[in-house]
Design a protein around this ligand. Sequence first.
Ligand code: NAD
Length: 432
Amino acid sequence: MKIAVVGTGYVGLVVGACFAETGNDVVCVDNNERKIRSLQRGRMSVFEPGLEELVRRNRLKGRLRFSTALGKAVRDAAVVFIAVGTPSDEDGSADVRHVLTAARAVAGAINGYTVIGLKSTVPVGTAERVSTLVGSETSIPFSVVSNPEFLKQGSAVEDFLRPDRVVIGTLDDDRASEVLRLLYAPFTRTGAPIAVMDCASAELSKYAANAMLATRVSFMNEVANVCERVGANVDDVRKVVASDQRIGPSFLFPGIGYGGSCFPKDVRALATTAREADYQFHILEAVESVNGSQKRRFFEKMQRVLGSLKGKHIAVWGLAFKPRTDDMREAPSVDLIEALLGAGARVTAYDPEARESARAIFGDRVTLAVRSYDAVKDSDALAIVTEWNEFREPNFGRVLELMRSPVVFDGRNLYETEHMESLGFSYYSIGR
Ligand code: NAD
């Protein structure tokens, strides 16, 4: 099938490469010329495990191309996916401006029946809005389908190739859902369900899933905070909760709050959708506020222990909002580092993949170390913010030797308290 993907970011690039992998002829389009030029030269625009190899292989086979020429890519495509960003607007709602701009451009280019699949996470009503917009711009037949994406950064390729489910929302057009069914068939052979429903349900289901995951995180962070006050250990509590089959173990790890380009904005957007429908989504409002205070609490803990931060040298391990990505959008590290800098501290940070993202955010206000051990040299404290695997079993002897004072604030509970104390660290974690 000929496919165009409009928006070549974390989602668009993975979607395009994976559809090329199953033999389709894919053009990934973006209006960011630099991004497209670099992809055309074989340089990856984002870090995502397994993606570089997938892109390289499919480019070599001629099944995957990159372009800024939307019209040319869309013409003759049987399916056009829109995978542009939908950031938070000032009032918390999802800003669908890029989706509408892309849809208008697609409308001007199609020249035969085309399925327009909305991959971006969009509020209820957007598919209908896009359908009306496209219909007002062209007389060529088309069908808009809601096809929310559930991949996770850090395992995006794996997730797309082996989805838990595929969601297709239609505006009463069986032909369109059949086209998508065909396209997804190679990924659902293992039995993953393809759930076909109306567009509103498809659009809402994506927000509901993300909001549920964020709720688990905030819930467990609050449990951890109670643990700290009553002398309980959240590790033990978590294991008991997680072993209940009705609950399960995912997304129950306490930490310094969720971040990324999806949870924060999707929680806000769903709460806003509810408010606009005259319903106050109390739980989600709490989920967001708990997340904000969880980030602040970590900084306040550092302040309490270290006293004045003025002139102190703080090492930070982990900048990306989660491991296995270079993405720092709404990462807890950003809030923490801004607070540290604001309090007069000097920060040296290390992340295996997010150096460029960090440079774009902090410029030269933060020193970016090339190795984890370089970051801790002469530091007054180490803050662990992202649970990259390489932080799990470091050479503690070397860390002790390099630090000026052996104080560790672990925002991800990577180590055992007793072990750290026996090594000579002052060790502070979450809920223990
Ligand atoms: P992103 O910012 O990485 O990528 C979006 C891309 O769209 C950018 O490269 C941008 O230049 C391009 N773009 C914007 N307007 C355009 C236009 N008019 N024409 C062509 N290109 C245009 O965003 P992302 O993380 O890939 O997310 C995209 C969407 O997918 C969002 O709605 C997001 O909520 C959703 N989503 C993201 C994830 C994730 O893990 N990142 C997972 C599921 C769903």
